[in-house]
Design a protein around this ligand. Structure first.
Ligand code: PLP
Length: 358
């Protein structure tokens, strides 16, 4: 197998894939694949409950939070959040730190009055200082994107608001990469296809007092209270993705949980950033205090060599290093399942490429 630096759908732990292969045709003597099971049967219910319990343990999710296993991606949540947490005419605060914040804002505008409380501004390579945020007195919630997958900008702090306004976070590309204090958030959501499992599953962790206020007309499958009441099984859930996420949670526990993972992720990121910073050939544009541990964009001093870089990297077993189509250059996504050895291999390739071409 190659070292896959894809931003998502992204690399999964080898051990998890092997376990899934082993159990593919016959899950624990049931004579069927998890894909073929009724979501209401005993076998799948045990898979689902174990996955939820493991996730709760990994993130120390407090008892007064529901964990939902949904579909529709983080993009679906861009609409579900304002539909569930605001009434028509309400003000909602958003922080704009780049491409994914902008998409969340665009969607929220269909439902509520969006106040952009802080905007990093072009080229979106930093995080606006908390002291300058213009938060509304009466916002239904404040939404931000702790890790901008495209820009490679990450919050290394949780913006605690004095107002008590519920904090909503799109953690698609940072969830489970390090410890978080769930109790500081009203709602956390994310598409699974980075650190959690295969695409098709969307996680929502929501404080119970925020449930039950969905505006009239909210589709039932997007209504958190309706989904919570049915254990995320109001309709058929993404069963196989849920099962795979469960295997990832068990793998994470074997690695020592999110604290141990955070240490490894910090080391992986430091290795790559120091290689970039110590070279005059590679450059990362992001402010040092806002650099992502998960997605690391970089450019070459000779952009005409971009295609040569990715082609030679591919020959060396290092794939999906192209930057997002909107920004160009390169981007290395180094989620939980990317081992340190993968980053070491990338770093030696980069040094060799620089030696040949600089
Ligand atoms: N938010 C962030 C931070 C993302 O990285 C992505 C996808 O990469 C999305 C939202 C959109 O997620 P989805 O494709 O699951 O709808």
């Amino acid at each position: 197998r190659v070292f896959n630096f894809s931003p998502g759908p992204a690399v999964l732990p080898q051990e998890v894939l092997e376990q899934a292969r082993e159990e593919m045709l016959d899950w624990r003597g049931t004579g069927m694949s998890v894909m073929e099971m009724s979501h209401r049967g005993k076998a799948f219910i045990s898979i689902a409950e174990t996955a939820e319990a493991d996730l709760r343990e990994l993130l120390s999710v407090p008892k007064n939070y529901k964990v939902l296993f949904l579909q529709g991606g983080a993009f679906g949540q861009f609409a579900a959040v304002p539909m569930n947490l605001s009434k028509p005419g309400d003000v909602v605060d958003y922080v704009n730190t780049g491409a994914w914040s902008k998409k969340a804002i665009g969607e929220a505008k269909h439902y509520a009055k969006v106040n952009v409380a802080a905007d990093a501004g072009e080229p979106y390579t930093s995080i606006p200082a908390l002291s300058g945020w213009q938060v509304s007195d009466n916002a239904a919630y404040l939404h931000y994107t702790p890790n901008e997958t495209i820009g490679g900008v990450e919050f290394h702090f949780v913006p605690e608001l004095k107002s008590g306004t519920p904090l909503v976070a799109d953690m698609s590309s940072t969830l489970l990469s390090r410890p978080i204090d769930v109790s500081k958030f009203g709602l956390i959501y994310g598409g699974a296809q980075k650190n959690v499992g295969p695409a098709g599953l969307t996680l929502v962790i929501v404080r119970e007092d925020l449930l039950g206020h969905a505006r009239p007309g909210t589709p039932a499958f997007m209504d958190y209270a309706a989904m919570a009441k049915e254990g995320s099984m109001l309709n058929t859930p993404p069963t196989y993705a849920w099962y795979m996420a469960g295997l990832v949670f068990q793998w994470l526990k074997r690695q020592g949980g999110v604290k141990a993972m955070g240490e490894i992720n910090r080391r992986k990121a430091e290795l790559l950033y120091s290689t970039i910073d110590n070279s005059s050939f590679y450059k990362n544009p992001v402010a040092k205090d806002a650099r992502s541990w998960m997605n690391i964009p970089f450019t070459l001093a000779r952009p005409e060599l971009d295609k040569t870089f990715t082609a030679e990297a591919k020959d060396a077993g290092l794939v999906t290093l192209e930057g997002h189509r909107s920004v160009g250059g390169m981007r290395a996504s180094i989620y939980n399942a990317m081992p340190l050895a993968g980053v070491e291999a990338l770093v030696s390739f980069m040094k060799e490429f620089e030696r040949k071409h600089a």
